[in-house]
Design a protein around this ligand. Structure first.
Ligand SMILES: Cc1cc2nc3c(=O)[nH]c(=O)nc-3n(C[C@H](O)[C@H](O)[C@H](O)COP(=O)(O)OP(=O)(O)OC[C@H]3O[C@@H](n4cnc5c(N)ncnc54)[C@H](O)[C@@H]3O)c2cc1C
Length: 392
């Protein structure tokens, strides 16, 4: 066993890695914490750039609300179902849209000042040894008592730790671009459609003149080429055709509906590396910040049994939410159920709040909310049936 085993090596300095680093330092002021990232910051990341209310609350918990400085809050969300039904929600607090080039740079800077050492290198794999983990980097090996893998959707740490558990069926793909703002009030627009499974387009306001726009599919089956994704984005969004082609960029979406993968002995996974992406909206920054924080808490509390503690923390915070969104993702595959759900939300503020919280926060279905949604779905389906009969 080599000399110089670091207490903690964090692989990846996106939102999950930054949250893990800042939290680890806060809990263990004397710990030897190393962060490794192959990118030089500031760097771009394919993303809708939208931060939910809960993501902003996580930033506050990390002492990093400066990450949204200079950007105006967005107070309206509009959801459109595959059949064109709409609900406009006003969540109790605002979200933000901050280009990842800026957001991640601000977070990485905070992480850099919390880390003992920052290594600019690619990680090729991790190897488990008796009392430590060997992290193989392009800059040579690093030894760690504990590793947190926050290296995103194509996680090398995850691949080295798991036995190919991730399934293509639960890995979506999405592209984003930048476009001029469309006419109308500043709002986050999310449009669902059904094409061999659920897909979505979005237009999110960065400022008065520019929007982040994009399109993604939630099923890895029959993955469409990038050109087809751009075509659907153009078809569904008012400003899709004006998107700057030079800014089109795509990435995978490891969806939590396929099961989350929290790691193994001495190697924890957080954020996209753990497959923590919402299967109905593609949102992942909030879960990355939250799970990065929880992984660092578990590692600080019990380095030798961190996984067990981490599982409990994630289950407590997100278990019900993940089960609920998985259930909603399944429901969304059935006929026009999303149409009825959006229509039910438009008719009832409590259903609308719940839908927004399932889509962008950590809302969970309760027996009472299921009864409300069920009744709303039934009323909406009955109205649609009546309308169809009166037309014929
Ligand atoms: C098109 C698109 C739109 C999206 N829109 C939204 C949205 O609007 N809102 C939202 O909340 N979520 C959105 N998401 C999801 C969100 O982007 C991710 O969930 C989020 O970035 C996860 O953060 P992370 O820290 O886990 O990983 P990442 O942000 O991917 O960070 C991983 C880091 O690890 C580094 N890394 C990777 N591999 C290695 C390696 N081998 N060695 C060293 N370093 C490595 C990378 O350089 C990177 O800095 C979107 C995703 C896509 C693809």
């Amino acid at each position: 066993m080599p000399e110089g085993i670091h207490d903690l090596v964090i692989v990846g300095a996106g939102p999950a890695g930054a949250a893990a680093t800042i939290t680890a330092r806060r809990l263990a002021p004397d710990a030897d914490i190393v962060v490794v990232d192959r990118a030089a910051f500031p760097r771009d990341k394919a993303c809708g750039d939208a931060l939910s209310i809960d993501a902003v609350a996580e930033l506050a918990r990390l002492g990093a609300t400066h990450a949204v400085d200079g950007f105006a809050p967005v107070e309206r969300i509009r959801l459109r179902s595959p059949g064109g039904r709409e609900v406009a929600a006003r969540p109790p607090a605002a979200g933000y849209v901050v280009p990842r080039r800026i957001l991640d740079d601000r977070l990485a800077r905070a992480a850099r000042s919390a880390a003992s050492r920052w290594v600019h290198a690619g990680v090729r794999g991790v190897e488990l040894h008796d009392h430590a983990v060997r992290v193989v980097t392009t800059d040579g090996p690093l030894w760690a008592a504990t590793v947190i893998g926050t290296d995103g959707a194509n996680s090398v740490v995850g691949r080295s730790t798991l036995d190919g558990a991730r399934t293509a069926r639960h890995t979506g793909v999405a592209i984003r671009a930048y476009a001029p703002a469309p006419a109308g009030p500043a709002e986050m627009l999310l449009v669902w459609e059904q094409v061999d499974g659920l897909a979505y387009a979005w237009s999110f306001p960065i400022d008065a003149t520019s929007h982040n726009v994009g399109y993604g599919v939630f099923s890895g089956l029959g993955r469409p080429p990038r050109r087809a994704l751009v075509e659907r984005m153009v078809a569904l969004l008012p400003n899709g055709a004006a998107a700057d082609p030079a800014t089109v960029r795509g990435h995978r979406l490891p969806l939590s509906s396929g099961g989350v993968h929290l790691g193994g002995d001495r190697v924890l996974l957080a954020g996209d590396a753990a497959a923590l992406v919402n299967p109905i909206t593609g949102e992942g920054i909030y879960y990355a910040l939250l799970s990065g924080r929880l992984a660092a808490q578990a590692a600080a509390r019990s380095p030798d049994h961190a996984l067990a503690g981490y599982r409990v923390l994630v289950q407590t915070e997100l278990g019900a939410h993940i089960r609920s969104t998985r259930c909603l993702a399944r429901l969304a595959r059935v006929g026009s159920s999303l149409d009825h759900l959006v229509q039910a939300a438009a008719a009832s503020p409590s259903t609308s709040d719940l839908l927004a919280d399932l889509a962008f926060g950590k809302g969970a279905l309760t027996p009472a909310s299921l009864r409300t949604i069920g009744a709303g779905l039934w009323r909406s389906a009955r109205r649609s049936g009546d309308a169809a009969r009166s037309r014929s």
